[in-house]
Structure formats: structure tokens, C-alpha cells
Design a protein around this ligand. Structure first.
Ligand code: ADP
Length: 455
């Protein structure tokens, strides 16, 4: 639980939310307090000036204090605060609460709970000026029947606090849901990975998530598919190898049993047939080993700058007698000035050899085998074409697969293991090149591959 992803996310989110909300609360409540203080100070000043004005104009009208008590009383009721008016010497003229009577000496308490200000009244009619002092309570309420600044600040803070608590509550609930949702797909992945590990290779994760998690799930599923495919290949390989070995082995066994039972005599012909079967077997084993090395990327290739024309001529020279014997003519197209190519001489020779072997095997007497090389940018393309039987269109995509033969029944007649093209493709790909086949049944086939120009 403590180490689970969703719990950690929850804790992390909670911390962030609480810290953010706390900071917001602190700053907002502080600035509200400051603003309210400023507002209050200004308001009191305005109230003071307005009150001075009201008192002055009342006095100027008659140059006497008659009726000032009710003026002050009315004014004080507006904001529910006490107003005291004295002359310069501190003798009370009016008190809104009527606690002090006119003429009484007013001595403010210390500290003074009132704001006070001096102001003077001048009458043009009387050409006289007198100075007065006004005290107003510092507990002005906001608006008629309104709240004091403190209560207002408290109310605002309370609202703020509740708002923040509500927001934090909602955020936490949402975080809880979200963090669970985020961790669910990861758990699903873990469960599926465990099942895959136990060998249930058809397992896939089904997620409705988007974004990175979906990418992860897709990559995971792709990996599972690859694994399944590889496992399928491995099984097929074992089945194929067993199948390929069975025929020559049962032939050898047949010969040996016949000799043992005295049905056959171990003469030169029988030994020759036995030898042929064993040669086929050892070739199969050699090719399988080579293929497995190539597929594991463990073939030791020695790249050198080589003359491809020389390699082609050398390989063709080895095939010339067989071609002549079969009545095949050879057409060779080697342009002058082919650049040196970076290849492993042996391996590319082997690719060429395989292609020629197929061309010769699948072309009837009177046909032509054409070998050509041509430069294509940084590559040299080598092609082997024949005018043989061709490959049916539906087989063409498969001929580079291991043990694939177009005509299964003819394996022995042609002597092919079905691995030649598979190995050729691996070797060409190890050089960074590509191998391709084009063919038309009855017309012939063209195999081509590329090798890199040496720098
Ligand atoms: P094999 O050892 O049987 O020749 P390959 O891998 O070399 O195996 O070739 C696979 C199959 O492709 C062959 O069995 C054959 O049916 C077909 N094939 C290859 N080359 C040719 C060609 N030049 N003409 C017709 N069919 C071909």
C-alpha cells in the first residue's frame, strides 16, 4: 500500500494541493486585511471631513450652536458611532450620546478611543473665525446597519477558508480517483506481463487509456506479439528440422536394414546412394548452423574492398561446366568501371552461388541464364535472371522463408534444402543490402541483390 503508485501519487498531490491552498489563503487573507485597513482609514477621513462640513454649515447659518445636538445625533446614527464636538479649549458643544452635557470639560481617555481633528469655521457675515475639535468613534460600521471592518475581514476570511477547504476536498477526491485510474493500467500491465512470463503468450493488455500509457500498452502488446511469433517460429523450426531430417534418415535406415536383412548387397552403387543421403544430411546440418548464426547476427564477416566483376567471373567459371552440360547459355553484362564494393568475399560468393544453383536447377535445356551488375548510387546491384519455369505469384512472397519450396515433392530431385534463399537473404542483409525476386510462371525469374560501394 505504502509503496503502491497510486498511494504515492495521492500523497504527492495532497502535499501540493495543501501547500498551494495554504499559501493562497495566507496571501489573500493578508492582503484583504491590509486593503480593509487602508479602506477604513480613508473612509474615516472622509467621514470626519463630511462631519466637519455638516457642523460648520449648520453653525455658519446662524452663528450659534442651537440645534447642533440633533445635527450631531442624526449624523452619528448614520454609522452608529459616537461624535463629540468641543471648542478649542475642550468644552463640550455636543455629544451624540448625550453623556456629556454642553459646557462640560471633555478629557479624552488614554489611549484615546476616538479619532480627533481640529477645524475652523469662518463666517463672512460675522467676519469671525472659531476653531473647533471633533471626536468620532474609531468603531465606524460599514454602511447603514453594516458590519465593522473586523467582522467584515473575519467574514471574508471565513468564506475564504471554507472555499479553500471545499476546493481541497474536491481536489483530494479527484486526485484519489485519478491516481487510482493512473495506477490501474500499470497493474494490468504487470498482471499480463506475469502471465506472459508463465508462457501464456496469447495474453494482451486491453486499455482504454490514451497518451503515454497507451503507447506503453501498445509497445507491450507488440513485444508480446513478437514473442509469440518467435515462439511460433521456434516451434516451426523444430518441426521443420525434424521433418527435413526424417526423409534422408529413413532412407539411410532403409538401405542399412535392407543390407542387414541380405535383401541388398553393399556394393558400390548402394554405398554411393548411402553417401548421397549422408551428404544431403550433412549439408542440411551445415546450412542450419549457418542460418542460426546468421539469424543471431553472429556470423563473422570480413568486409574488404573487392572487385565484384572478378567475384562474378570466378563464381561463373565454377558453374560453366554444369551449364554447358545442361545446354544453358550464359549472358553476362558487366559494365566497365564498376566501383570496388565492401563485402565479405566468401559470403557474397555464396549468395551468387545459391542464386546460380537455383537458376540452373529451374531452367530447362536451351534456356539462358543472365548475370548482370550495375551501379546504383552507393550500391551495386547484382542480378541473376533465367528463362526457367518461374515461381507462381502466390509462392513468391514466401520463397525467402526457411524450408519453403514451391514444389514440395521435388526436393530430392533438385537437391535443395529450402534454406538457400533464406541464407542468401540473411547474408545480403548483413551487408546492409536488399535481395528481391521477380518472376513470371513459364517465363522465368530474376533475383537481384545489392552490396555497398566501398568508400
Ligand atoms: P532450395 O534449396 O530448395 O533451392 P531455396 O531457398 O534456394 O531452396 O529456394 C526456395 C524455393 O524457391 C525453391 O525450392 C524453388 O521452388 C524456388 N526457386 C528459387 N529460385 C528459383 C528459380 N530461379 N526459378 C524457379 N524457382 C525458384
Amino acid at each position: 500500500m505504502i509503496h503502491s503508485l497510486w498511494f504515492r501519487l495521492l500523497i504527492a498531490f495532497t502535499l501540493v494541493i495543501v501547500v498551494t491552498a495554504g499559501t493562497v489563503y495566507l496571501f489573500v487573507s493578508r492582503s484583504i486585511a491590509g486593503e480593509l485597513e487602508r479602506y477604513e482609514a480613508i473612509r474615516k477621513q472622509i467621514y470626519m471631513l463630511e462631519t466637519q462640513d455638516i457642523v460648520s454649515s449648520h453653525f455658519r447659518r446662524q452663528w450659534s450652536w442651537e440645534g447642533v445636538q440633533s445635527v450631531v445625533g442624526n449624523r452619528s446614527r448614520e454609522y452608529e458611532t459616537r461624535i463629540i464636538l468641543t471648542d478649542f479649549g475642550g468644552l463640550v458643544i455636543a455629544d451624540s450620546e448625550e453623556e456629556l452635557s454642553a459646557g462640560e470639560q471633555y478629557q479624552p481617555e488614554s489611549p484615546d478611543p476616538y479619532l480627533s481633528s481640529l477645524f475652523s469655521v469662518y463666517s463672512e457675515d460675522w467676519e469671525e473665525e472659531i476653531t473647533l475639535r471633533l471626536y468620532i468613534g474609531s468603531d465606524l460600521l460599514i454602511g447603514e446597519g453594516g458590519a465593522s471592518p473586523q467582522t467584515l475581514a473575519e467574514a471574508i476570511n471565513r468564506f475564504l477558508l471554507w472555499g479553500i477547504l471545499l476546493a481541497v476536498g474536491i481536489a483530494l477526491a479527484w486526485t484519489f480517483v485519478l491516481s487510482r485510474r493512473m495506477s490501474l493500467p500499470i497493474r494490468a500491465l504487470a498482471v499480463t506481463a506475469r502471465r506472459l512470463g508463465r508462457g501464456e503468450l496469447s495474453q494482451r493488455v486491453q486499455l482504454r487509456e490514451r497518451g503515454e500509457v497507451q503507447e506503453l500498452a501498445e509497445a507491450f502488446n507488440a513485444m508480446a506479439s513478437d514473442l509469440e511469433h518467435a515462439e511460433q517460429l521456434r516451434r516451426n523450426l523444430v518441426a521443420d528440422v525434424a521433418h527435413e531430417l526424417r526423409t534422408p534418415l529413413s532412407n539411410v535406415r532403409g538401405y542399412l536394414e535392407a543390407i542387414h536383412d541380405g535383401v541388398m548387397t553393399p556394393d558400390v552403387a548402394t554405398v554411393g546412394s548411402l553417401n548421397e543421403e549422408v551428404a544431403l544430411l550433412s549439408r542440411l546440418v551445415d546450412e542450419l548452423q549457418e542460418l542460426s548464426l546468421a539469424e543471431a547476427g553472429e556470423l563473422k564477416l570480413v568486409y574488404q574492398a573487392e572487385d565484384i566483376a572478378r567475384l562474378i567471373n570466378q563464381t561463373l567459371a565454377a558453374w560453366q561446366p554444369q551449364m554447358t552440360a545442361k545446354g544453358l547459355s550464359l549472358s553476362l553484362h558487366l559494365p566497365d568501371g564498376l566501383p570496388p564494393v565492401s563485402i565479405d568475399w566468401q559470403r557474397i560468393g555464396q549468395v551468387l552461388h545459391n542464386l546460380l544453383e537455383n537458376a540452373v536447377a529451374h531452367t530447362r535445356s536451351g534456356g539462358t541464364v543472365t548475370v548482370a551488375a550495375i551501379r546504383q548510387g552507393n550500391w551495386v546491384e547484382i542480378s541473376v535472371s533465367d528463362t526457367g519455369e518461374g515461381i507462381p505469384r502466390e509462392d513468391l512472397p514466401n520463397i525467402f522463408e526457411r524450408f519453403y519450396r514451391v514444389d514440395r515433392s521435388r526436393t530430392r530431385a533438385t537437391g535443395g534444402s529450402g534454406l538457400g534463399l533464406t541464407i542468401a537473404r540473411r547474408l545480403v542483409e548483413a551487408h546492409g543490402g536488399k535481395i528481391e525476386a521477380r518472376s513470371k510462371t513459364g517465363k522465368g525469374s530474376r533475383f537481384s541483390f545489392t552490396v555497398p560501394v566501398s568508400r
